[in-house]
Design a protein. Sequence first.
Length: 43
Amino acid sequence: MKLLKFLSYDIEMPNSGILAWQIFGVLFIGLIIYLVLRRRKKS
């Protein structure tokens, strides 16, 4: 809930620093999911 509020707040009031962290976070989460799926396919 807190995260959702933070995301909507950033969309309303763009801050390049916060936006950069959001992009980094999405990429990082995507990488983790990718690695987990790859490991699952191997085993």
